[in-house]
Structures are given as C-alpha cells and as structure tokens.
Write a protein that binds this ligand. Structure first.
Ligand SMILES: Nc1ncnc2c1ncn2[C@@H]1O[C@H](COP(=O)(O)OP(=O)(O)OP(=O)(O)O)[C@@H](O)[C@H]1O
Ligand SMILES: [Mg+2]
Length: 248
C-alpha cells in the first residue's frame, strides 16, 4: 500500500497496522557511535530492534558483517544475540533476585562459559564500570545510575561487536546522565564497539554521535556528522531539534 502511494493514516485506517519505518536505509561503520534521534513514536526503538530481530521487517534486509540475519534459525539467532549483538535497555531490566555480579555472569554462563571464569569476568567488569565493592549488591540496593552501570557491564561482558542502546540514560537524573555519557565515551575510546544509540535528547546525540540520523514519522530525514547537521539542517523539524545546540 505504501508503494501505491497511500499514507500512514490511510493504511492504519484500512488495516490497523502502523508503518513504524518507511524506506529507511543506512550503514554503520565498524567502531562508530551512530545515534538515532527523533520524537516519540518516530520509529527509533523499532529501528534498533531490527538489528537483533526483536522485530522483523515486512520488507527489506538487515545485514550484519555483510550477512543477512533475516534467515537465521533459532540457534544462530541465539548466537547472534549472545555473541555479536548486545542490548542495553532504558529501564535497566536487571534480574531482581541476582546480585550485580550474577546479573553480569549469567549471560556468560548461559552461553557456555564455566562459572568460575564467568564470575572472574563479571568482577573485572564491575571494576571497569566503577562499581568496586558492589558486586554482591542486589539491584534494589543500587541507585539508578549504578543499576545502569550493571546493565552496561552485562552487555559488554559478552564482548559483542555491536551494542544496541535504547535511551539507556533517560531514566537517570541530569548529572548522573552526563557522568554516564562521559564514561561511555572513555570506555568506547578503548573498546571501539559499533554502537547504535537511541536518544530523544539532542545534547546527548551531539555529545556521543560520530554520525546522527534523524527520524520523523518513520522516515529518515537526515544523516550526517553533528557539524553537518548543525550547519545545514534538512528541514524545520531538524532545526527544532538543534535549537539549543549552538549555544553550548
Ligand atoms: N509492538 C508494536 N505493535 C504495534 N505497533 C507498534 C509496536 N511497537 C511500536 N509500534 C508503533 O510503531 C511506531 C514507532 O514506535 P517506536 O517504539 O519505534 O517509537 P520510538 O521512536 O522508539 O518512540 P519513543 O521515543 O516513545 O520510545 C509507533 O507508532 C508505535 O505505535
Ligand atoms: Mg523507543
């Protein structure tokens, strides 16, 4: 129906289906932080979730390392999620009955690392994300920022090539958020993961992104380096986004 020129609203009226993304095409470079920005409902989470197949596209393809992931069967898909692509969630999504260390080691054990080694790796990550001494704490004993550090450590412990981050810092208060952004930058300088980072916060986007893509109602309206977007915003919606950036 899209190809026949019908709009989102007409399609929704007739079929009850929402066009979450329309003709979105993009490439991520290895090791880059690529930020997706857009208003609520613009399709950011859907775009991110296509990469580990929490959502399957109606048409089009998703390639990881040049290989289509749409044909992957259950086991290969599990392997993709365990080893190649990790996700950090907005609301931390930790196991409440496991300690910080256990939250981190759990995924490793599930994918075959023996317990002893998994615990050692978990302890290293506890240190890396600045949680020394809190490995034995349960999520409810940790602040929001600390819980999100555990979430980040858990995602990184699997040593994935690709990290998907869906508004990972938006539940945190502004100071902690800034601190987490700085630490992610420092960590990324060392780890050089390919990161797809979703945010609706322009400051966060411009601080973290090597490139930024802007979605509007499921369409990609601009992709570019922060400077390019500042210098030539593609339309008024982009202009509205960057309104308070130059003054920073
Ligand atoms: N599981 C679903 N079933 C049906 N429609 C969905 C589903 N998930 C998202 N949508 C629709 O797809 C569109 C894009 O949603 P998406 O969650 O990708 O937006 P978003 O940009 O992440 O928004 P937010 O900033 O609020 O998280 C919305 O219109 C939403 O209603
Ligand atoms: Mg979302």
């Amino acid at each position: 129906m899209l190809e026949q020129g019908l709009g989102k609203l007409e399609i929704r009226k007739e079929t009850g289906c929402t066009i979450a993304l329309d003709s979105v095409s993009l490439n991520l470079d290895e090791g880059e932080v690529f930020v997706v920005m857009g208003l609520s409902g613009s399709g950011k989470s859907t775009l991110l979730r296509l990469v580990n197949r929490l959502v399957d596209p109606t048409s089009g393809d998703v390639l990881v390392d040049g290989q289509s992931i749409l044909g992957l069967q259950r086991n290969d898909l599990l392997n993709l999620r365990r080893h190649q692509v990790s996700m950090v969630f907005q609301r931390f999504a930790l196991f409440p009955h496991k300690t910080a260390s256990q939250n981190i080691s759990y995924g490793l054990e599930v994918s075959g690392t023996n317990r002893q080694e998994a615990m050692e790796i978990a302890d290293q990550w506890i240190e890396t994300v600045g949680l020394q001494g809190f490995g034995d704490a349960y999520p409810h004993e940790l602040s929001g920022g600390m819980q999100q550090r555990v979430g980040l450590a858990r995602a990184l412990a699997a040593d994935p090539d690709i990290l998907l981050m869906d508004e990972p810092f938006s539940a945190l208060d502004p100071l902690i958020r800034r601190e987490m952004q700085d630490e992610l930058r420092i960590l990324q300088d060392r780890l050089k993961k390919t990161i797809l980072f979703v945010t609706h916060d322009p400051r966060e986007a411009f601080k973290l992104g090597r490139r930024i893509a802007i979605l509007q109602e499921g369409r990609l309206i601009q992709i570019g380096a922060p400077r390019e977007i500042l210098e030539s915003p593609a339309n008024d919606a982009v202009k509205a986004f960057i309104e308070d950036i130059p003054s920073l």
